[in-house]
Design a protein around this ligand. Structure first.
Ligand code: 3H9
Length: 690
């Protein structure tokens, strides 16, 4: 019937198969023939039942996100679902892979849903800054109840077929041969006879809704929304499903959808969706790959242990190397403890923990790394130490093994040059805790071979990381920009801001925490050590460290922490210290606004990003956004620093940078040429024209 849609018959059952690779999104070229097919089949007396299935690896993954922000071509999904609901003969969605967003909404327009055992069903629209706009908020609660629907829609996390069956979302689950089972299911239902009730007319899920409990749950969710509009809109729409007649709730859902899809937050989140998929692409990516069987990790401290867990979680056998048996025992002990915590929390079964632990092999002998295909060092951040490690690796590693450093700052070209095989050397910069944090900066050194890089990118996906390929410079993309963001922190304190005031400006912006809370969490001694090594100083932070105030781990840092608590309490002693240091320098305290805090921290962040782009350290502005959202907590609703610069206005940023440059003379405020060009063209693309 069309390239994207096939119509087949199995006796009196019609099978509509959508075939729109890679994920069967509901693009216009699918919607148009689908609508036509449904009308034909509805009116064809020889058809007793209709099955809607998909070709390829998955059921429909939702609306075609690339169509958002453009005029919608008819027919819209809602019209197709409305047509489905006019069909008197039984309609059955046959779900394999993932039924997401508009895909699940289409399935909810059918009388019945059957699924493969491995299928997943979800409404992830909230992650794109919108809500389900094809009736999902109104139909799903009718089957599974308002509270379950609320949790699915606000989290955006899909559920498995077994759970969906238990919840009443799916009517039958089959192992293998899904289309055949779906056809038999449809035929049997048709034989038994109707009438068949569309989901819109069902209310078993809504009967006993406890609205007070529902509202209490919404109030909790609202606290976690951190300025994002979509989760709140999702909750409101699900509540409407309980309190309003079907058509009114549907209209209200539509109105919320239209507002959100046209807003900046959704634009930002859609930008990030595509940015994450783009970030791992680089010229030459599709070269041949090397095989990664066993992975070696050198160092079983916090970082090495976390990296080793990330690989074990991804199914790789891991050799963990330490300098002594005692260090090894300590490292393995921490890993075991971490897994056991997951078991206690219910996120891991005991069998899964045991299986993951069985993937570890401990050693104190470099020779045991000889069978590893990828070896990552996570030893002390010192060039001489790193070179010594790479020298040993050069001697024992098998030919073609990828040798990676987890350095946060050091020059990987220099490390690579200390081996006889620089083509095999690259950086894998994990973020702590490495088994949890999604971001992985994959650092391409001057001589890194394309196939080594491609292999690392594939491996990152297998262990569930969002990979960004970056170039070599001090701190790479993330930490280099972090330094620019923090360059005015101390000055702001000395001029009159408090740590609490600065952190609040950050959390009001949407960050999970501000820079001083983050410093206290990470440990102030880390930055102190780095500064000393580089001959640098930060008067307030250094003094705090000299007083043994390292942050949460010592109960005192920029803030005070009650025993065992993580919430910061303002400390008058710190404020006195700041005023004393300011007085010594003749700096008088003045009122500092939240706007000034943002200008002096986030504008330099954007400016540094522009310099990084100019230098080719990042291939695209969107790569920088992916780093900052996934590694540092930049608010998703603002799309990352480079996307946000567009919202804020590059012209305004330049004007304020120039002002602060005049005031302070600092280089971080000198606008990058690329930022200036961006102000003219509105795009970070090098060849964009106004
Ligand atoms: C919605 O449905 C709104 C409705 O409620 C209301 C409408 C009125 N559209 O992720 P992958 C591309 S909102 C367009 O690497 P995987 C993706 O960019 C939608 N393109 O594969 C990539 O392209 P490329 C709600 C899409 O196997 C390629 O497909 N649904 C879409 O790791 C492969 O993607 C969602 O939010 C799309 N919907 O994961 C689901 N989806 O190769 C979004 C993917 O050029 N999708 N692409 O880089 C996903 O979560 C994952 O893609 C999925 C597969 C789990 C399906």
């Amino acid at each position: 019937m069309s390239n994207s849609l096939k119509l087949n018959r199995d006796g009196d059952v019609a099978i509509v198969t959508i075939d729109n690779p890679p994920v069967n999104a509901l693009s216009f070229h699918v919607r148009e023939p689908l609508m036509q097919a449904l009308i034909e089949l509805r009116d064809d007396p020889s058809v007793a039942a209709i099955v809607i299935a998909c070709a390829g690896r998955t059921f429909i993954a939702g609306a075609d996100i690339t169509e958002f922000g453009k005029p919608m071509q008819q027919p819209e999904l809602r019209a197709i679902i409305a047509t489905l609901e006019t069909i008197a003969k039984p309609t059955v969605a046959a779900i394999h892979g993932t039924a997401l967003g508009g895909g699940l909404e289409l399935a909810l327009g059918c009388h019945f849903r059957v699924a493969d055992t491995g299928a997943k069903l979800g409404l992830p629209e909230v992650k794109l800054g919108i809500l389900p706009g094809g009736g999902g908020t109104v139909r799903l609660p009718r089957l599974v109840g308002a509270v379950k629907a609320l949790r699915m829609i606000v989290s955006g996390v899909p559920i498995g077929a077994a759970q969906a069956h238990e919840d009443g979302l799916v009517d039958a689950v089959f192992e293998g041969g899904l289309t055949t089972h779906a056809v038999n299911f449809a035929r049997e239902i048709a034989r038994k006879g109707g009438p068949f009730q569309p989901v819109r007319d069902r209310d078993e899920g809504l009967k006993e809704t406890d609205l007070a409990a529902f509202d209490a749950e919404v109030a909790e969710l609202a606290k976690k929304a951190r300025g994002l509009d979509a989760p709140i809109a999702c909750a409101r729409a699900v509540r409407n499903a309980v309190t309003l007649p079907f058509n009114e709730a549907l209209a209200a859902e539509r109105a919320l959808f239209v507002t959100l899809v046209g807003g900046d937050q959704s634009r930002a989140q859609r930008h990030l969706f595509f940015a994450e998929r783009e970030a791992a692409k680089f010229p030459g990516k599709d070269t041949s790959k090397r095989r990664i069987g066993r992975v070696g990790v050198i160092g079983a401290g916090t970082m090495g242990g976390g990296i080793a867990m990330a690989f074990a979680n991804g199914g790789y056998p891991v050799t963990l190397l330490e300098t002594s048996h005692e260090e090894l025992r300590r490292g393995m002990g921490t890993i075991e403890k971490n897994y056991t915590v997951s078991v206690t929390r219910g996120s891991l079964t005991e069998e899964a923990r045991d299986e993951r632990l069985s993937r570890f092999k401990g050693s104190t002998d470099y020779a045991d790394l000889a069978d590893c295909d990828l070896i990552i060092e996570a030893v002390f951040e010192d060039m001489a130490v790193k070179k010594e490690v790479f020298g040993k690796l050069d001697a024992v590693a098998k030919p073609g093994a990828i040798l990676a450093t987890n350095t946060s700052y050091l020059d990987i070209n220099e490390i690579a040059a200390s081996t006889s095989r620089p083509q095999d050397v690259l950086g894998l910069h994990f973020f702590s805790p490495a088994n949890v944090m999604k971001l992985l900066e994959i650092v391409r050194a001057q001589k890194t071979a394309p196939d080594a890089l491609s292999t690392a990118v594939d491996m990152a996906r297998r262990i569930g990381k969002v990979a960004v390929v970056v170039g070599v410079c001090h701190g790479f993309v993330g930490n280099r920009m972090l330094a620019a963001r923090g360059s005015e922190s101390e000055a702001l304190l000395l001029e009159g801001a408090t740590p609490g005031q600065i952190d609040k400006a950050f959390t009001d912006f949407g960050w999970p925490m501000g820079p001083f809370q983050m410093g206290d969490l990470a440990g102030l001694d880390i930055g102190w050590r780095n500064r000393k090594a580089r001959g640098q100083a930060a008067v307030i932070a250094d003094t705090l460290c000299e007083q043994g105030r390292f942050g949460q781990k010592t109960g005192r840092g920029f803030y005070l922490y009650e025993a065992g608590a993580r919430s910061p309490v303002a400390d008058p002693e710190v404020e006195t210290l700041i005023r004393e240091k300011a007085a010594e320098r003749g700096i008088a305290a003045r009122a500092i606004s939240a706007g000034e805090i943002i200008e002096r921290t986030l504008y330099p962040l954007v400016n540094e990003g522009a310099k990084i782009l100019e230098e080719g350290i990042a291939a695209r502005a969107s790569d920088i956004d992916v780093v900052w959202v996934n590694g540092y907590g930049f608010p998703v609703g603002k799309g990352g620093p480079m996307f946000w610069a567009g919202l804020e206005g590059a012209g305004k940023i330049i004007e304020r940078l120039e002002y602060w440059h005049r005031q302070t003379g600092k280089d971080v405020f000198r606008p990058a040429p690329l930022l200036k060009r961006m102000a003219g063209t509105g795009s970070w693309e090098p060849d964009a024209t106004a």
